[in-house]
Design a protein around this ligand. Structure first.
Ligand SMILES: NC(=O)c1ccc[n+]([C@@H]2O[C@H](COP(=O)([O-])OP(=O)(O)OC[C@H]3O[C@@H](n4cnc5c(N)ncnc54)[C@H](O)[C@@H]3O)[C@@H](O)[C@H]2O)c1
Length: 255
C-alpha cells in the first residue's frame, strides 16, 4: 500500500492555468508531488507560487491536441523529475454560440464537433498513449479524467458535442482501467456538476443562480471540492478504485 514515494510522485495536470485544473495542481503540490501544469495559456499563478510549492511546480504552454508537443513535454519532464505517475486529463472546451447557449443538435458545425472531440476526448487518449508506458515501467500509475455531469445524464446547459465528448471520456476511462489494471495503474473519472469557474460563468450570473436553486445543496460547487476527489483518486489508498466515476454535483444527479 503506501510507501515512501507516495507523496513524491510526478504529476501532469492539463488545463491547469485556471479553474478546476489550477485547484487540482495546487492540491497535488500540497501533497508533496511535483506537478507539471500544462495549458494552452500561460499558468501565471505558477510563477507567483511561494516556497516550498514553487520548487515543485513547472508550467508548460501546451495545446493538448498537439502530439509532438506532448512528446516533447514528456521527455523534458522525464529529464527534469522522472516519469509521470499521475496524469490528470482536465483540459476541455465547451463552445457557446453568440447568444450564450450551446448549439442544438441540428446546428452543430463540423468544426465545433471536431474541435470538442479533439480537445475533450482524443487528447486524453493521446496523453494516455504517451504517458502510460512510463507508468507501466514504474509499475504504478494513476489516470484521472475530468468528465462531467453532462456525460452522465441530460445536461443542464451543455451542448451535444460536449455531452458526447464527456460520455466518450467515461468509456475511454473504463477501457484504460481494464487494460492497465494489471500493471498497477488505475483510471477513474470525476464528474462535476456546476462548479464556479470561468467556463461555467459564461452562462451568466442569473442562469447559474437558477441552477443553484435546483440543487439539493442550493449552491454551486467550488474547484477545491473537485480537486479533493482527484487527490484521493491519485493517492495510495485508492488503488482498489478503478473504472469508477465520482459524481460531485450537489445531489442533482443520484444514479
Ligand atoms: N466548471 C464546471 O461547471 C464544470 C462542470 C463539469 C465538468 N467540468 C470540467 O472540468 C474541467 C475544467 O473546467 P473549468 O471549469 O476549470 O474550465 P476553464 O475553462 O475555466 O479551464 C479550462 C482550462 O483548459 C485549458 N484548455 C482548453 N483547451 C486546451 C487545449 N487545447 N490545450 C491545453 N489547454 C486547454 C484552458 O486554457 C483553461 O485554462 C473541464 O474538463 C470541464 O469540462 C467543469
Amino acid at each position: 500500500m503506501a510507501d515512501a514515494t507516495d507523496s513524491g510522485r510526478v504529476a501532469l495536470v492539463t488545463g491547469g492555468a485556471r479553474g478546476i485544473g489550477r485547484a487540482i495542481a495546487q492540491a497535488l503540490v500540497r501533497q508533496g508531488h511535483r506537478v507539471v501544469v500544462a495549458d494552452r495559456q500561460p499558468a501565471t499563478w505558477v510563477s507567483e507560487a511561494a516556497a516550498p510549492d514553487a520548487q515543485r511546480l513547472h508550467a508548460a504552454v501546451l495545446d493538448v491536441t498537439d502530439r509532438s508537443a506532448i512528446r516533447a513535454l514528456r521527455d523534458q519532464t522525464l529529464a527534469r523529475w522522472g516519469p509521470v505517475a499521475i496524469l490528470v486529463n482536465n483540459a476541455a472546451i465547451s463552445p457557446k454560440q453568440a447568444d450564450g447557449y450551446s448549439a442544438g443538435v441540428l446546428d452543430i458545425s463540423p468544426s465545433e464537433w471536431e474541435s470538442v472531440l479533439q480537445v475533450n476526448l482524443t487528447a486524453a487518449l493521446v496523453l494516455c498513449q504517451e504517458f502510460l508506458p512510463g507508468m507501466k515501467a514504474l509499475g504504478w500509475g494513476r489516470v484521472v479524467n475530468m468528465a462531467s455531469l453532462a456525460g452522465r445524464t441530460k445536461s443542464i446547459s451543455a451542448g451535444a458535442s460536449y455531452m458526447a465528448s464527456k460520455a466518450g471520456l467515461i468509456g475511454l476511462t473504463r477501457a484504460i482501467a481494464t487494460e492497465m489494471g494489471p500493471f498497477g495503474i488505475t483510471a477513474n473519472c470525476v464528474a462535476p456538476g456546476r462548479v464556479v469557474t470561468e467556463m461555467s460563468m459564461t452562462a451568466g450570473v442569473e442562469a447559474n443562480a437558477k441552477i443553484a436553486q435546483q440543487l439539493p445543496v442550493r449552491r454551486l460547487g467550488q474547484p477545491e471540492e473537485v480537486a479533493e476527489a482527484v487527490v484521493y483518486l491519485s493517492g495510495p489508498l485508492a488503488g482498489f478504485v478503478n473504472g469508477a466515476v465520482i459524481d460531485i454535483n450537489g445531489g442533482i444527479y443520484m444514479p
